[in-house]
Design a protein around this ligand. Structure first.
Ligand code: NAD
Length: 361
């Protein structure tokens, strides 16, 4: 297969961790007989330095011309970086929002899984951590409360603030379909999370999700209220496969789920649109505190590349190979500083990338 991959190295540790993910992709291409062409794209602080804006129209067009985009992270230290003297619409993060909007990325996917080797970092009770978990949180990214009308005004001498939560059946249907498609590649269970006992938008969410479920007879659908889901995530996370939910609930639940894994440097993410295109990036930020030191954990970015193979290119076997290589390297006791524990072997960013590549056979 020919893969045209856009690469946004970005700021801080971005270039270091993306280099390692490209190394792993190149190894996959070599072993499985694919060809990859990379297009380097400037976004975030580096783009401000070169172009004066965090994302140019030309870069957005170039990204649209790729099959998928692999990203490191963008942004700098808000207290010291000159990028944060600029008005908010010109700062690094504005580039990422413009990119997501320009590419119509409405579905955000964040896996949260507990590697048996990293169980010690899990803040849950031992008997819960021992059961392990492997879930995928699918969050609607372009609708709901964060994109509704908002206002603050004085009414009869009292300040009143309003935020509108709107979802159309089309917006719900397209993300629900994506969620069920993903479940078909996993353990075939979808937990749709809403607040249907209170909210109209949630009742519509539940109705449309149940309609979509009828087209996927192999997938088990379960509806769960968001307050219950927040509890279940810490009580029995092993029960979840795909969690499908709207924007704000997903924002909160995905952070809760990533915290229970205990290791941010391990968590990949993907943002998808209606086509096979996706933007793949680690869940963490640009970590300016450790940039340039060669110690950042590249695994979240490498696992993001595995998600790209699986979801944009349908190369499940290759994605499995990357994930298996990561597991093997952890089993052998190699750790970057953020996941280091006693008795393990501490290595740097580049060594971790080399080891994972060499385990792809
Ligand atoms: P951060 O995730 O960059 O860092 C939080 C802590 O985690 C730091 O101590 C950092 O050293 C550590 N860390 C993060 N990733 C790591 C890795 N791969 N290996 C080892 N340690 C790692 O969050 P922050 O400090 O709040 O934000 C720093 C910058 O990143 C800000 O400018 C923020 O806006 C930006 N940011 C960007 C994205 C993105 O590009 N999508 C996401 C979040 C934050």
């Amino acid at each position: 297969m020919e893969m045209k991959i856009g690469v946004i190295k970005g700021d801080g540790i971005g270039p270091e961790i993306v280099e390692e993910a490209m190394k792993v992709l190149d190894r996959i291409a070599e072993v499985y007989g694919h060809s990859i062409s990379y297009t380097q794209l400037l976004m975030g602080g580096v783009s401000i330095d070169v172009n004066g804006v965090p994302l140019t129209d030309e870069t957005l067009e170039e990204a649209k011309g790729c099959d998928a985009v692999l990203m490191g992270s963008i942004g700098g230290d808000a207290k010291t970086s000159p990028w944060y003297q600029l008005e908010p619409s010109k700062r690094p993060e504005a580039g990422l929002l413009a990119l997501r909007k320009g590419l119509n990325l409405f579905a955000n996917l964040r896996p949260a899984m507990l590697y048996p080797e990293l169980k010690g970092a899990c803040p849950l009770k031992e008997e819960i951590a021992d059961r392990g978990f492997d879930m995928m949180i699918m969050r609607e990214l372009t609708g709901g409360l964060y994109f509704g009308k908002r206002s603050t005004q004085t009414e009869n001498g009292v300040t009143v603030a309003r935020d509108e939560l709107t979802y159309s059946e089309d917006e719900i249907r397209r993300i629900a379909r994506r969620g069920f498609d993903i479940a078909m590649k996993r353990r075939k269970k979808v937990t749709s999370v809403d607040k249907a006992n209170v909210l109209d938008s949630s009742r519509l969410w539940r109705k449309v999700t149940e309609e979509v479920a009828a087209d996927y007879p192999e997938v088990q659908l379960e509806n769960m209220l968001v307050d219950n889901c927040a509890m279940q995530l810490v009580k029995d996370p092993a029960q979840f496969d795909v969690i499908l939910t709207e924007n704000m609930f997903g924002d909160i639940l995905s952070d809760e789920a990533s915290m229970v894994t205990g290791s941010i440097g391990m968590l990949p993410s993907a943002s998808l649109n209606e086509t096979k295109f996706g933007l793949y990036e680690p869940s963490g930020g640009s970590a300016p505190d450790i940039a340039g030191k060669g110690i950042a954990n590249p695994i979240a970015t490498i696992l993001s590349a595995a998600m790209m193979l699986r979801f944009s290119f349908d190369l499940d076997r290759e994605a499995d190979a990357v994930e298996a290589a990561v597991s093997e390297v952890l089993k052998e006791g190699y750790r970057t500083i953020d996941i280091m524990s006693e008795g393990m072997n501490q290595i740097g960013t580049k060594e971790m990338g080399d080891l994972i590549s060499s385990h792809i056979r």
